[in-house]
Design a protein around this ligand. Sequence first.
Ligand SMILES: [Mg+2]
Length: 252
Amino acid sequence: MSTAKPRSLALKNTASPEILARKRVWIFDLDNTLYPAECNLFAQVDQRMGEFIAKQLGVPFDYARHLQKSYYRQFGTTLAGLMRVHKMNPEPFLEYVHDIDVSVVPDAPKLRAAIERLPGRKLIFTNGSRAHAERVAGKLGVLDLFEGISDIASCGYEPKPSAAAFDSMIKHHGVASNAAAMFEDMPQNLEVPHKLGMATVLVHSTYMDHPIQRDMRSWSALPEHVHHLTDDLTAFLQVIDAKTDGEPDTGT
Ligand SMILES: [Mg+2]
């Protein structure tokens, strides 16, 4: 479990959501983006990753935690490291780590209303499993608003932030990058979408367990690949909704 306390960023809500009004494909990360980090759901996943590694590799829990975090930093996700270094089968891992109590996820009627009013297609793009995304989005009350879910299996177990993961998602769902906006709590996962021509929105999460996230506290300006920053996804989307008129971006 992360011991990092919620900390504010020096930068706050630099967003100009209205300039996203012409986008027509809305792509959302799941964990700590669609649901608020404060509900601590991901802390349960994090704990169970350590338990699974300890059991599977027959190592003490503390060492398992060390491996978990090392692989996360080195390979993008813990699972990617387990698959490459230990040739681990991903399915039992995903089943175990996502066997969590989702009752902590709040119903989110305002988020639902804001997503519903966005014009165009809506997708979830997660490094977790489809079953996890369906359970969590169902608990939020937003699942039926999404046309599709790109999960880690559908990306051939290549996680974000790799270009291959974005390539899989784009091909699978026929996404025109220039018409799309990507919402994420991990800044490194916005580098590829920025290069592809998507609008990028960093949803500030209080759950920080990656060095790149911790670096955010000292940002004095947004990096090039982060176009917008918000600590309130619902409020951000509500402003887009208020401005959605005019001709859409058609993309490439
Ligand atoms: Mg996330």
